[in-house]
Every structure is written in structure tokens, then in C-alpha cells.
Design a protein around this ligand. Structure first.
Ligand SMILES: [Mg+2]
Length: 418
């Protein structure tokens, strides 16, 4: 079998409300690039990458000269054809490789008539549990609904998600408001859901001292882990020496060199595996095997996904024997998806692993065109800016927190700003 074409289409799909984080916000929608890999046997494989626009579409188009004629079953060759580690110093294609790898696995599964997890060692679970992934949110620009700013709003939002999807693990994305304010919000969650597990992720916005202080305040709660409390392996090692909660990261250990460093001189206890950041599903499985050997824990990270990437997270989660923590997904914040049948559903806080051949998801071409058109209309957005604070930009550690007493006074229209 041979690859004959690669087509990339950037889409933007609305969220229920803008999601705030320490670097800025997702401005009321996700921008993703959908990749279709065509073959000489008529099988089309699907991939997905974060971000997009003309440059992303062109970048995938540029891979055609490398990959037309390539056998999609030759995954190790694929890695060296476009991700050779020394050539990558000049042309970092790790995330593009991930999208092509997803598509090749999808093609292989369709050709062989098996779901992707069967190509990856076989599943050890039928469904992957997820955390609720709670964000402070700005109100929806159109409806005015969906704001999460106060502890009361946060608990109400978490209760609604728990009732609707069955979550028993709650992750608070912080780093937006002052740590003392976010601590009160986190404690309010612990009080409201005393039997559930919690995790807090300020995206490295805290200083080492603030991170130690925050960790000590929550040591008595049902914490899974403290995620990226501060920046840097050395900073986290200092936090780890002072706080009796496991630390996790999706920023500091995202390749094998960093994983080796973290094993030789431990800073992080739980490695969050992202099928895009690590360059595909298979690198995540390799990393999980290394972690299993050295008895580090793993979980599945979400960098903001539509249904294709979600499927990669489900197949990954299905085959990891050492997945002892619920996965993360932004997915329930989406209003829609570009796959046939609409959004995949949570049952009791988990999503069923697809059983049809390949990744198990198909493109809804009407939806693809609808959200590609929306992207052409409104363009991208500045992920590392907050639409409600026009002049602000993030420092690490942050010293300029958002004001929690301020309601929405968005200075730039969320949907239309570029
Ligand atoms: Mg994180």
C-alpha cells in the first residue's frame, strides 16, 4: 500500500464558553487542523493537530514530497523520514508526525479490519475514565452564560458536569487568579465532593515558594497529584522535596531525553502523555513502558481535542497497563464535533474505546465544511492572551493575576479577534 495524497483542513469549533488558563485563554472555540492521508487502495486515514491556518495546511502539503509512495505500515521509517532527531533541529515536525502517525494507524486498522488498539498490544480496559477538567470561564459571547469565576459558580459547574457525565475526578485549571483565591476555590470543590479525587494545574504560573505553600495547604485533601505547580525540573524538585503530594507534568517531560533526565534525577512522579506532544500514540506507549520499568506513573494529557484526537487518546488509554489515573479531556466543553454521529458520550465518567476498524471515527463532511468555513470567516485567536485583559501578558512565575471581583468586560470580541 502506498500514500498518494495528504489533505489538511483547518477548522474552528465553538466551545460552550471561553476557557481561561495561566497563559491566556481559549477564546470560545478550538482551532484544529484535520489531516486526511489517502492511499492507492482507496483507504483514507484521519489525523488531527492543534492550531492551524494557511501555514499548517501548507506545512502538511509540504510533507507530500516526503511521503507520497510511503507504505503506511512502515511506522518506524515514517519517524526517520520526517522526524530524524538531528534534522529536527532545523525543521521540528514532531506534532505533524503525530497527525500522520494517527492517520497511518487508522489506515492499517481499516486495511486489517481491526480497531487500532489491536495493533498496539490489545486493550486492557473497555472504557477510559476521564476527569471533569474544570476551567475558570468567561461568559459565552452570544448567550452571556457559562461564566465560572467564583467558588460558587465553580462548584455549580462541577456538580452539573458530574450529574451529566458521571465524573468522580475533578481537575481545576488554575493560574488565573491569585493563588490564595484559587486555594479557596479548590477547597470548595473538596468540600462539595468529599468522596471524589482532585487535581490542580496552574500551568507553572506559581513561584517555587508559592507552589510549596499551595501544596502544603492541600496535603490533607484527596489529591491525585499537583500538576506543573512551578516551572522547570529543578523548581519542581524543590517543591517535591517539601510537599507530600505526587507531582505531574505535561510540559517538562515531553520527550525521551527529558524522561531520561527525570529518571536519573527525579522531579516528577506522574508523566502526562499527550499523543500530539510526544509525536504519536506509539511514542506515548514506549514512554509508558519506560515509566512502568522505573515505576513512574502515567496519565493521558489533553491539549484540546476534537473526535479524531480523542480517539487516539482512547486507544492509548485502552492499552496502557499502568494507567492508574483518570485521563484529561477538554472534550465536554465543545459544542459540536466533526465526526459522524456527533460527539462521543461519557458514561459514568468514562468513554467507550471504539471497536470499529481503525481509529473508529469517520469525518462528517458537512460539519468539516461548516467549521472550515467558520475558520475562514473568523481566523485564529491569541492562545497566549486573555481577551478580557488586553494589555496583559503572562510572566513565569506570574505576578499579575486576574481580578476575581471583576465580571466580564471583554475588550476584544472573543469570536472575531485574531
Ligand atoms: Mg497541564
Amino acid at each position: 500500500m502506498k500514500i498518494t495524497d495528504i489533505i489538511a483542513t483547518t477548522v474552528t469549533v465553538p466551545l460552550e464558553a471561553p476557557l481561561r488558563h495561566s497563559n491566556g485563554a481559549h477564546w470560545g472555540r478550538f482551532v484544529r487542523t484535520i489531516v486526511e492521508v489517502h492511499t492507492d487502495e482507496g483507504i483514507i486515514g484521519l489525523g488531527e493537530m492543534g492550531g492551524g491556518g494557511e501555514s499548517a495546511e501548507q506545512a502538511f502539503h509540504g510533507l507530500k514530497s516526503y511521503l507520497v509512495g510511503h507504505d503506511p505500515f512502515q511506522l518506524e521509517e515514517l519517524r526517520f523520514k520526517i522526524c530524524n532527531p538531528t534534522a529536527s533541529l532545523y525543521n521540528n515536525r514532531t506534532q505533524m508526525h503525530a497527525a500522520i502517525e494517527f492517520a497511518c494507524l487508522d489506515i492499517m486498522g481499516q486495511k486489517l479490519g481491526v480497531p487500532v488498539y489491536k495493533l498496539l498490544g490489545g486493550k486492557v480496559r473497555d472504557a477510559v475514565p476521564f476527569a471533569s477538567y474544570l476551567f475558570f470561564r468567561l461568559p459565552n459571547e452570544v448567550s452571556g452564560h457559562g461564566e465560572v469565576r467564583t467558588a460558587e459558580q465553580l462548584v455549580a459547574h462541577a456538580s452539573e458536569l458530574k450529574q451529566k457525565h458521571g465524573f468522580t475526578v475533578h481537575k481545576l485549571k488554575g493560574g488565573v487568579f491569585h493563588p490564595e483565591y484559587e486555594l479557596e476555590c479548590y477547597k470548595a470543590l473538596a468540600k462539595a465532593f468529599p468522596k471524589d479525587q482532585l487535581r490542580y494545574d496552574p500551568n507553572a504560573a506559581l513561584s517555587v515558594e508559592e507552589a510549596i505553600w499551595f501544596g502544603k495547604q492541600i496535603e490533607n485533601l484527596n489529591n491525585d497529584y499537583l500538576e506543573d505547580p512551578t516551572w522547570g525540573l529543578n523548581g519542581n524538585r524543590r517543591v517535591r522535596s517539601m510537599v507530600s503530594i505526587p507531582l505531574s507534568t505535561n510540559t517538562l517531560v515531553v520527550n525521551f531525553e527529558q524522561l531520561a533526565e527525570n529518571i536519573l534525577n527525579p522531579s516528577i512522579d506522574v508523566i502526562l502523555l499527550d499523543t500530539t506532544f510526544w509525536g504519536g500514540i506509539r511514542p506515548c506507549i514506549k514512554a509508558a513502558s519506560v515509566c512502568e520499568t522505573f515505576q513512574l506513573s502515567v496519565a493521558v494529557h489533553s491539549s484540546g481535542e476534537l473526535g479524531i484526537q480523542l480517539a487516539t487518546m482512547l486507544h492509548l488509554g485502552a492499552v496502557l497497563p499502568n494507567l492508574t489515573f483518570a485521563a484529561d479531556a477538554h472534550y465536554h466543553h465543545l459544542q459540536d464535533d466533526i465526526i459522524e454521529g456527533g460527539k462521543l458520550e461519557y458514561v459514568n465518567g468514562a468513554i467507550q474505546v471504539p471497536e470499529t476498524p481503525g481509529l473508529g471515527v469517520k469525518l462528517n463532511r458537512d460539519k468539516l465544511e461548516e467549521y472550515a468555513e467558520l475558520y475562514r470567516e473568523v481566523g485564529g485567536y491569541a492562545y497566549d492572551r486573555d481577551p478580557s485583559r488586553k494589555e496583559w501578558f503572562p510572566l513565569i512565575p506570574n505576578t499579575k493575576w486576574a481580578d476575581p471581583s471583576a465580571g466580564r468586560h471583554c475588550e476584544v470580541p472573543v469570536q472575531h479577534a485574531r
